[in-house]
Design a protein around this ligand. Sequence first.
Ligand code: GSH
Length: 249
Amino acid sequence: MTEPVRIIGSFLSPFVRKVLVCLDLKGIPYQIDPLIPFFGDDRFSQLSPLRRVPVLIDDLVTLCDSSVICQYLEDRYPTPPLYPRHIVQRAAARWLEEFSDTRMAEVVIWRVFNQVAIGPAVWGDSTNQDVLRRALDQEFPSILDYLESQLPSTGFACGELSIADLSLGAMFRNVALSRVPIDDSRWPKTVAYLGRVLALDCFTKLVPIENRLIRTAPRQHRAALADLKVPLTPETLATESPRKGVMNT
Ligand SMILES: N[C@@H](CCC(=O)N[C@@H](CS)C(=O)NCC(=O)O)C(=O)O
């Protein structure tokens, strides 16, 4: 490889986190531009037409979308494998990844995390308690009911550690960062499973970074990360003023 992998995207994004744990498990060093996507400049729009993070840039590709990126990493760096070998388990892992990236993201990111973190920090909005209550009282519990019916009592979701665990673990970190508790008497398998996944080194080493950023104003993120000795890209695509995204969800 002729240049280090570059990642564009904030450590607070579950999709960026999914890619970072994947890079870590595969032993691939990276530099990061910790961009909150709304602050991206016109160069960011060129790299990421949906103005979303993560973006991965290496000597061969510029890629958007965490699932596309993780599949590329798997194809280029197959060891250790992060997709089950058996086609049935492999399909099941991809489904859980999809469930996490779509329905879970809709509720956990666009309703909960957006109401408690992004809205106030990026746009100066106050929390819409109706949206938050509905997400926490109805939508999130039904997600947990589904996962409780799917997850095993021991081990990982689809046999060996896989992309399913990385996606779900990454998404549930935003639940924790939103300070939403999960009732282990109602969802015991899910809580125990998350305990196993989030205890992995690839997740625990990101926790101090995430905890620092969640308490830090967006414009100070880069300085906070420099202070934590995180390997940053020499340049950032961030501007001073946020702009609304391209997508509606
Ligand atoms: N399917 C995409 C979703 C990426 C995504 O929605 N990222 C969020 C950050 S958590 C984002 O960039 N949002 C900005 C926007 O939608 O305008 C992936 O897996 O990478």
